[in-house]
Design a protein around this ligand. Structure first.
Ligand code: PEP
Ligand code: MG
Length: 847
């Protein structure tokens, strides 16, 4: 055996060479507390390499451990000190060092009962956690519990309970070092982001007695509310309580003055004032909101540990902003401390984390926020409930475009099928509605108007809560927290804007969306999906008339009815955006999405169009496709039925003239969807140019516009060079691009995505987080080829990935000009953009 002495302990003093890398975060944090002159009991740090060597079986020299018992109470605690607090570690062991001699001495100082309690609790903890004896043998309580426990130990091990404090300590250190090396601990810390071979340091600390005469006890205190982050003293204090060892007269006190019972503040105002003082000092010097663990011995405080306050997302924002406002951290650091996704919780209602949750089932968390409402199973029922003023949750197998009005009338949406980019998910995110999709555990029974989930049967009209942030469906009305778009939120985003970085626009289809985009300070609209304007009840008939037109002339006539509505849509958008860029995508979806699918709908359509039912049915069938997402949609429609794009271009240009007359000059950006060949762009460009010339002529005014292309097919990405030659901008539609790169249907992937991610086939849902290896390579290739051809071309992403922080960082590094995402994700994207810029600056990369 290697006998070199590894038993190195470093006393934690202000000048000791304690580092986080070598001794772990707790040791470093304690040194900071010592440097602040806080009353920290004598503490020693065991470096990570020592702990690693102990785990590997190296011997500890007992003589070298004795000194830790000498200067203090004779009792020590041992706590884990990993490199990061969240990596955890083996449980703290208290009261190491108690033996018959110390017990006898303690009997004189704190009384027999209290001394017994300390000794008993250590024997039990040592037997169970260190010697690994059967816990059932060590459940002694009541009279003579201590001698019984000591006898049980001897009976089980054939040896008396160890009396040498150094030997006790050596065994505790060995046991903790080995526990850290065990497979469970390894898996747990890996789940928190720690590397498998993360090291562990240990801290040995003298224990102040929390039992005995005068005010004694132990507790924790923190100075902010963990949910809101508002200043508030919370925590607990238990008198005559020393870890698990509880003395006679133990009682729990409130910390601050409280009508319900005695408080530390009232009983010991000076002790309480000290705690507050320590809290303020810790916040300033540790640059963080800390929870302080303390012991009171005869009214005197010992600060034994300080940890970062565990906080919810709202508190996270408030704490970061107030630390920066108080000048404790710079604003950039506040920006880096907030997880961008956490902002989603502030934008919407949130299930109160403190409230009970009656979980029925789970699905994919498709749009954040929480809502409570009565179950409705059809769009019509949703509208009826809304008319009665009753909040409702639309529950469907999946949603179709006709459900839009039902979605508008609901406070939340739940679907059995679908993935993160299915219809329900995209629309709900746009509307800012909480939404869960792919809840495969539910069954919607439209005939009996019921919903079965998690073995329970619910009826239409029953109340449920959906938590679109976690994907949980809850029975009844859960307690909700309101949105927190307060001053802290605004301040953080102001700082984000100052930090610079990639631009952020919004995907906005309606005036409401555009208003939301403005409210969250989007830099423009990056994608207006014009087809969403036609599902409206007043517009659908004209749309259907257009679809049923027999000739191009008839089609033009039907489109002429739609034109004024489109012009008004665009005028409104331009006015709201007040000169900011607005990118309008020409018509994209397959036409059959606008047609009814059931018999009843077909009959109604036949009636309204004054056509025989058989005629209508035949035409609907003729339009249906085996694979509509890869069929007659996008620019393919524009080429085969050019009148549609002509009408849209005209509406855009007329609105441009109208809006520019009233306000800021408008330079519309027209975008062609689903391009796969340069010639498609040329053909559309020629017609759009002709419409522009006609409108200029008719209106006797000039205007400019930009024509760009959506890169949504792998071929468009590969041919981005020649496409760029005809385009003012390229916007990557990463929803379709992901679908086509993987050969994976956006609407059906939800069925197996969970299994695929769970089995590690995909590390994440690629519709949610950009697949940097595959789809990302197409993006990089596209950007490179486009910029080689047209260096000044504007390049963006407008798929759902535009709101995903990791994908935003990727786009920033790849040199994209902006991302565009649902209006409610704009704040998240702005923060992610700022963080990406700050990170680049910190790593010395030019922004
Ligand atoms: C896309 O495909 O990424 C996109 C933005 O268009 P849509 O989601 O409307 O197909
Ligand atoms: Mg698309």
């Amino acid at each position: 055996m290697d006998m070199r002495d590894i038993t190195e302990t470093t006393r934690i003093t202000p000048s000791a060479g304690v580092t986080r890398d070598r001794h772990g975060w707790r040791a470093k944090c304690l040194q900071r507390l010592v440097r602040m002159d806080l009353p920290v009991p004598l503490s020693f740090a065991l470096p990570c390499e020592t702990v690693g060597a102990i785990a590997a079986g190296r011997h500890l020299r007992l003589e070298a451990l004795r000194h830790v018992f000498e200067a203090g109470s004779g009792l020590v605690s041992v706590r884990p000190s990993a490199l990061m607090p969240e990596w955890g570690g083996p449980g703290t062991v208290l009261n190491v060092g108690i033996n018959d001699t110390l017990h006898a001495r303690l009997c004189d100082v704190i009384g027999r009962d209290s001394a017994d309690a300390i000794y008993l609790s250590f024997v039990q903890s040592y037997a169970i956690n260190i010697a690994r004896l059967d816990p059932d043998m060590f459940a002694q309580e009541g009279k003579d519990a201590l001698p019984r426990a000591l006898r049980a130990f001897e009976a089980e091990t054939d040896e008396p309970f160890p009396q040498d404090p150094a030997q006790q300590l050596a065994e505790v250190l060995r046991s903790m070092a080995r526990a850290w090396d065990g497979p469970t601990a390894r898996l747990l810390r890996q789940a928190k982001g720690a590397p498998a071979d993360a090291p562990l340091g240990l801290v040995v600390q003298d224990m102040a007695l929390a039992l005995g005469p005068g005010l004694c006890g132990s507790g924790t205190i923190q100075f902010v509310d963990p949910v809101t982050g508002n200043p508030r003293v919370t925590g607990r204090f238990r008198g005559q309580s020393h870890g698990a060892a509880v003395g006679t007269g133990a009682e729990t006190l409130y910390l601050t003055h409280d009508e319900r019972g005695p408080s530390l503040q009232d009983i010991a105002p000076e002790t309480f004032a000290d705690l507050i003082r320590f809290g303020i000092a810790a916040r300033e010097r540790l640059r963080e909101e800390m929870q302080i663990e303390f012991v009171v011995t005869g009214g005197r405080i010992s600060v034994i540990d300080a940890t970062r306050v565990v906080r919810g997302s709202r508190a996270g924002v408030r704490i970061a902003v107030s630390l920066a406002r108080d000048g404790i951290i710079p604003a950039e650091e506040a920006l880096m401390r907030v997880e961008p996704r956490a902002l989603a919780d502030l934008l919407h209602h949130q299930v109160d984390p403190r409230a009970p949750r009656d979980l029925i089932t789970r699905g994919i968390n498709a749009s954040p926020g929480a809502a409570t409402g009565r179950i409705v199973l059809t769009a019509a029922a949703a509208q009826a409930a809304n008319a009665r003023g009753e909040p409702c949750i639309l529950v469907r197998r999946e949603t179709v475009p006709e459900d839009i009005r039902g979605m508008h009338a609901s406070v939340g949406v739940l679907t059995e099928r679908g993935g993160t980019t299915s219809h329900a998910a995209v629309i709900a995110r746009g509307l800012g509605l909480p939404c869960i999709v792919g809840a495969t555990g539910i069954r919607v029974d439209l005939r009996n108007r019921t919903l079965t989930a998690g073995g329970r049967e619910l009826r239409e009209g029953d109340e449920i809560t959906i938590d679109g942030s976690s994907g949980e469906v809850l029975a009844g009305a859960a307690a909700l927290l309101p949105p927190a778009l307060d001053d802290n939120f605004t301040q953080l985003l102001d700082w984000a804007s100052q930090a610079g970085g990639i631009g952020v626009r919004a995907n906005a289809d309606t005036p409401e969306d555009a208003l939301t985009a403005r409210r969250f300070e989007a830099q423009g609209i990056g994608l207006c999906r014009t087809e969403h304007m036609f599902f409206d009840a007043e517009r659908l008939p004209a749309m259907r008339e257009m679809i049923f037109a027999d000739s191009a002339d008839d089609r033009r006539l039907a489109l002429a009815r739609i034109l004024p509505m489109q012009r008004q849509d665009f005028t409104q958008l331009f006015e709201i955006m007040a000169g900011l860029p607005v990118t309008i995508r020409l018509f994209d979806p397959p036409l059959h999405e606008f047609l009814p699918h059931d018999r009843e709908g077909l009959r109604e359509l036949a009636e309204s169009m004054d056509l025989p039912l058989s005629d209508v049915t035949r035409r609907v069938e003729a339009l249906s496709e085996f694979n509509p997402m890869l069929g007659m949609r996008g620019v393919r429609l524009g080429i085969t039925m050019p009148e549609i794009y002509d009408m849209q271009a005209r509406a855009i240009f007329e609105a441009t003239v109208d809006a520019s007359r009233k306000g800021d000059p408008v330079v519309p950006e027209i975008m062609i969807p689903l391009v796969s060949a340069m010639r498609e762009v040329e053909l559309v460009k020629n017609r759009v140019d002709a419409v522009a010339a006609a409108v200029r002529n008719e209106r006797r005014t000039d205007f400019t516009y930009k024509l760009g292309v959506m890169v949504e097919t792998p071929r468009a990405a590969l041919r981005a060079g020649d496409i760029a030659a005809h385009s003012a901008f390229l916007s990557f539609g990463t929803n379709d691009l992901t679908q086509m790169t993987y050969g994976l249907s956006r609407d059906d992937a939800g069925r197996f995505m969970g299994t695929y991610v769970a089995q590690g086939v995909y590390s994440e849902d690629p519709f949610h987080v950009l697949d940097q290896d595959g789809v990302g390579e197409l993006l990089l290739t596209g950007v490179q080829r486009a910029r080689r051809q047209a260096p000044g071309i504007t390049i963006s992403v407008c798929g759902e990935h535009g709101g995903n922080p990791e994908s935003i960082a990727f786009c920033h590094e790849a040199g994209f000009d902006y991302v565009s995402c649902s209006p409610f994700r704009v704040p998240i994207a702005r923060l992610a953009a700022a963080q990406s810029a700050i990170r680049a600056r910190l790593s010395g990369v030019e922004d």
